[in-house]
Design a protein around this ligand. Sequence first.
Ligand code: G4P
Length: 286
Amino acid sequence: MEKKRDVQWYPGHMAKAIRQIREQLKLVDLVIEVLDARIPRSSGNPEMDGIAQGKLRLIVLAKSDLSCPDVTRQWIKSYEHAGICAVAVDARSKKDIQTVVSRIMQLAEEKKERDARRGIRFRPVRALVAGIPNVGKSTLINSLSSRAVAKTGNKPGVTKGQQWIKSKRGYELLDTPGLLWPKFSDPIVGEHLAMIGTMPDDLELMPAQEMAEHIIRYGLEAWPETLSEQYGIVPTMNVQEMLDAVAQSIHAVKSGGDPDHDKAARVLIDRFRKGQLGKVSLEECE
Ligand code: G4P
């Protein structure tokens, strides 16, 4: 079967998204880049370094409730080593959002001091939340804006319908996220995005059964006991036997009585993405 990983519409979408984000960036001092903690490399866009040049930057590794804590800590260290402020969060958690706010305030303070030295009058830091689809941008904006004091109306230069969310702590956040597209320069990126479910499944970045095989291979290293206890999967099985085992455990049977591998694969993928099989970090920090 021909694989559809070289999805042709990405270059056009990416170019448009980059143009739009450049426009949005003109309005802000700080770019908050949201990545998926399970795949920090593949969920980023390498062009961000160039686009965000001269801006304050904060990397938020969202969905860190689903990633391996040790690996995520290494990623945070590596960003900070590169001079970029970074924080790992569950974007839905109030407590974690407090950490994001603290980091924003820290960066705002740095800007304030820098501006004061240059004789520039103080004004609140303005921020944009950016990232590829499905990483948690809207969730983060919602969580941050629940602490807002006011939403201010349109301002010159802001697209109609966009608003500044004014926080109690003095920074302002654009309520519309900046959309980035992943860069499929490496097939691994497509594979990882497909496994995590960042891109819609109907793009068919990877067939379900192939994806399930990748998940099982990962799981045999990461959480072998879960696979063995829940599905009776052991490393000596071949792929067909593994899918048989999953199908049997969830009673997925085709009308003729054969195990339904496709249904088994889909159930496994869903559980993997929801973190029900165990923590997932598909990308280690180099
Ligand atoms: P986007 O704006 O970047 O496209 O992403 P969005 O915030 O819409 O989040 C995509 C999905 O990821 C949502 O789930 C959201 O709840 C979930 N999510 C966001 N941040 C986190 C996080 O830190 N941890 C976990 N575990 N999930 C997170 P959904 O199923 O699409 O919608 P919903 O029914 O949960 O609202």
